[in-house]
Design a protein around this ligand. Structure first.
Ligand code: NI
Length: 195
């Protein structure tokens, strides 16, 4: 089932998340819905708070970037990935700028500086412990999605100058003036159908 995605300004994106204790039928159907929702929105990552849920969980599908990853000689594990209770256990001192977007912040893209490589521990959808060393787009997406679980959005990293340039589009989102190719929920809990 495609779930509506909560838009910038909605409190759900800033709320605390809870570690997942065990897999249940409800968790498995949430994971299926999140993967379907991400694919429907042509996204490469989606975190539980973006669909109004408080589980520490996100999904990623970098299949559209597979060629680019191969060119960079970065291994890409089987996709989609389900990351439950993720923790960053290591990050490189070297950082890179990369453009980011977010399904909760439609049509805004900005360069963000983050560690180039990371090591992350998480549980997969079978609740088995996994550890991954990632670079390139994968390191980027994993960091962006993990941030969502702490209520952090990529726009939080922008300089006050860049933020000032985005003030109008962001304020419009907060005020519910927003549209996307996928269904949304705005700050006032209004549903906005896909355009
Ligand atoms: Ni995002």
């Amino acid at each position: 089932m495609v779930l509506p995605i909560y838009v910038y300004g909605h409190e759900a994106l800033r709320e605390e998340t809870e570690p997942v204790e065990e897999t249940t039928e409800d968790l498995q159907s949430l994971i299926d819905d999140m993967i379907e929702t991400m694919h429907n929105a042509a996204g490469i990552g989606l975190a539980a708070p973006q669909v109004g849920r408080s589980e520490r969980l996100f999904v990623v599908d970098l299949t559209p970037m597979a060629d680019e990853m191969a060119k960079a000689e970065e291994p890409l594990p089987p996709q989609p990935m389900v990351c439950i209770n993720p923790t960053l256990v290591e990050e490189s001192d070297t950082t890179v700028d990369m453009e980011e977007g977010c399904l909760s912040i439609p049509e805004v893209r900005e360069a963000v500086t983050r560690p180039e490589r990371i090591r992350m521990r998480y549980r997969d959808r079978n609740f088995e412990e996994q550890e991954i060393e990632a670079g390139h787009m994968l390191a980027r997406v994993l960091q962006h999605e993990r941030d969502h679980l702490d209520g952090v959005l990529f726009t939080d990293y922008l300089s006050s100058f860049r933020k000032r340039l985005l003030r109008r589009p962001l304020r419009e989102m907060v005020n519910g003036v927003v549209e996307a190719d996928y269904p949304l929920v705005t700050k006032g809990d209004e549903r906005v159908p896909a355009r």
